[in-house]
Every structure is written in structure tokens, then in C-alpha cells.
Design a protein around this ligand. Structure first.
Ligand code: AN0
Ligand code: CP
Length: 318
């Protein structure tokens, strides 16, 4: 594997999950694979899980790791070509990328959507420039439109917890005070659409996602109906995608919070969220603390998805 930014890069999902579960059984089985190889993790945005789990995954594989928080300690980076750089940005990405590439073999990039210019976000300008100008293997640690390491961990988690061959998985929008990207729900939908699960998306009107990600999923505006018989509830907030409201918060309707009443409509579903989560906005205390909440095993699987991806990227190095 040369890059990992979408579900397409991982190939057959059954094989990927089997490989991940094999790694989970013995995460030090490939501890020589990354010897004398360096991973550079570049963060344009905050992170707890991605930062720690990806670093741990690289260590399991014997790699060296360098972490750069672009907004803390590095020069502020201009990302657009043609800009007269007379503002606060001292360095251009077009120099920074090849320089950073000198010091590593594999690059992970976290760069969220700006939520101002839909084209800029959906063209994935930042991570695409890393792919183009670094000459290195690049993977997404959440880019503007997708968070594939998260979706892969989510898939592994569902495979571990499901009790029927074709579980009903429901992704539900939930309220949040600030505008969040569509990357997590886009990506989750993209991965779920590659499985044979029954996949349903529910959200208030106005929160329709990009049809390219929704694919053939059933969209159900009536949340109660969507939750009926669900085996997994996957909660997430996202800002509006459709014009003219791109990147806006249209609703903070608290009735969309996932609470015990909503969960009682399901078939004793497991509760999932990628975290970080705002309690009593997205999900009530009792639901996230319940025995059906699998947010911690889900987060633990971030190490496994990252290790599977890094293993494949290492195998793809010349
Ligand atoms: C980010 C998002 O919604 O994309 C990261 C989630 C993994 N969440 C926040 O910024 C709260
Ligand atoms: N789920 C996730 O990616 O979390 P972080 O933003 O903390 O990395």
C-alpha cells in the first residue's frame, strides 16, 4: 500500500479485518518490520486518540516516531499558492512538505475541513499536496472529508461485537454547539456501504450528507423509526453540507440527543461514538456509561486499525 486516505486504499474489507484481528492477537509479531523506519505525524488540529494510538501502533512495529504540531512551535504555514505572504504565515507548505519528507519514510497528516469553502475542503487540498510533493507514503489521520482510521476501527469493533451476520447499524446525527466537519460521518458511511450490513442514516432535514458518501444507504428522517430494531447506534454531530448552509450549525435540537428512551427503541443496541464526545449534548450520561456502550473498546481499536495500515504501508516501501 502506498497511501491510505479512503476505503478504496484498503482493498478487501474482510481481509483487512482478518489481518487487524490477527495483529490484535499478537501486536508485537511484526516488531522488526519498522526497524530504522521513521514515521512523521503532522497535526494541524488537536487530537488525543489519533496521536496516541498511531504512535503506539508505530512503536509496536519497531518504528521511530516524530510528532509535529504545526500550530505549536512550527512556523505558521500558508497552504494556498499565489498568496502574497505578507501576513502572519512565515513558511509555505510547498517548501515545508519536501523538507519534512527528508526526515521520514511515512507521513500521517491531520488537517480538518475549514468549513468555509466547500470546494477547497472536498478537493482535499492539504493532504493531496502532501501526497503530491512529499514523495513519501502518506496516510490520513482525519483529513477534510474523511477519517478512515476511525472508520476502520469502527468496522473492527462492529465485527467483534455483532451477534448476527447482518446487523442493523444506524448512524444518527446528534446536537453539538459548534460546527464540526462531515469527515467522520462521510467516512463511516463510505465504509458501511462496503459491508453487507443493514445501514441507515438519520438526521434532521438540512443535514443531508454528500450523496457520494450516502450511496445506497437508507436515509430516515424519523429518528424513532430509524432506531427500531437497531443493533448498533453510531452517534455523531456534523455541520450542514448542502448549500447555501455549508459548514453551518442549523439546529441544536436537544431531542436528537441519544438518551435511554431512544436506546429503548433499539434491539438492545450497542452505543458507539468516535470520541471526543460532549455528554448530555450528543449522549446522556446513563447511555454512555451503560454496559451497552462500547466507546472504549472502539477507541482501543484505533491502535489496531493504525497498526494494520502502517504495516501495509511499511510493506509497500521500496
Ligand atoms: C472532530 C470532528 O468532528 O471531526 C474530530 C473527531 C474525531 N471533533 C471535534 O472537533 C470535536
Ligand atoms: N476519534 C479521534 O480521532 O479522536 P482524536 O480527535 O482525539 O484523535
Amino acid at each position: 500500500m502506498k497511501k491510505f486516505t479512503t476505503v478504496d486504499d484498503i482493498g478487501n474489507l474482510r481481509e483487512a479485518v482478518d489481518e487487524a484481528l490477527m495483529i490484535k492477537k499478537d501486536r508485537f509479531a511484526f516488531s522488526d518490520l519498522g526497524r530504522n523506519r521513521t514515521l512523521l505525524m503532522i497535526f494541524f488540529n488537536s487530537s488525543l486518540r489519533t496521536r496516541l494510538s498511531t504512535q503506539k501502533a508505530a512503536i509496536n512495529l519497531g518504528m521511530n516516531v516524530i510528532v509535529l504540531d504545526v500550530n505549536q512551535g512550527a512556523w505558521k504555514l500558508e497552504t494556498e499558492r499565489g498568496v502574497i505572504m505578507d501576513g502572519d504565515k512565515a513558511e509555505h507548505l510547498l517548501e515545508a512538505i519536501p523538507v519534512m519528507a527528508c526526515y521520514c519514510d511515512i507521513i500521517g497528516v491531520r488537517s480538518f475541513a475549514g468549513l468555509k469553502d466547500k470546494n477547497e475542503d472536498y478537493e482535499e487540498r492539504v493532504i493531496e499536496q502532501f501526497i503530491r510533493y512529499s514523495g513519501k507514503s502518506v496516510f490520513s489521520m482525519e483529513a477534510a472529508t474523511r477519517h478512515p482510521l476511525q472508520s476502520f476501527a469502527d468496522l473492527i469493533t462492529i465485527e467483534e461485537f455483532k451477534t448476527k451476520p447482518r446487523p442493523k447499524v444506524v448512524m444518527t446525527w446528534a446536537p453539538h454547539p459548534r460546527a464540526l466537519p462531515q469527515a467522520v460521518p462521510n467516512s463511516f458511511a463510505e465504509w458501511m456501504n462496503r459491508t453487507d450490513y443493514e445501514f441507515v442514516i438519520t438526521h434532521p432535514e438540512g443535514y443531508e450528507l454528500d450523496p457520494r458518501f450516502v450511496g445506497n444507504a437508507r436515509v430516515e428522517y424519523d429518528r424513532d423509526k430509524a432506531f427500531e430494531g437497531a443493533d448498533f447506534i453510531y452517534a455523531k454531530n456534523w455541520s450542514a453540507y448542502a448549500d447555501p448552509n455549508y459548514g453551518k450549525v442549523l439546529s441544536t435540537d436537544r431531542s436528537w440527543m441519544v438518551d435511554a428512551r431512544a436506546m429503548s427503541l433499539t434491539d438492545n443496541a450497542f452505543f458507539m461514538h468516535c470520541l471526543p464526545v460532549r455528554r448530555n449534548m450528543i449522549v446522556s450520561d446513563d447511555v454512555i456509561e451503560s454496559e451497552r456502550s462500547i466507546v472504549i473498546p472502539e477507541a482501543a481499536n484505533r491502535e489496531i486499525s493504525a497498526q494494520t495500515v502502517l504495516k501495509r504501508l511499511l510493506e509497500g516501501l521500496k
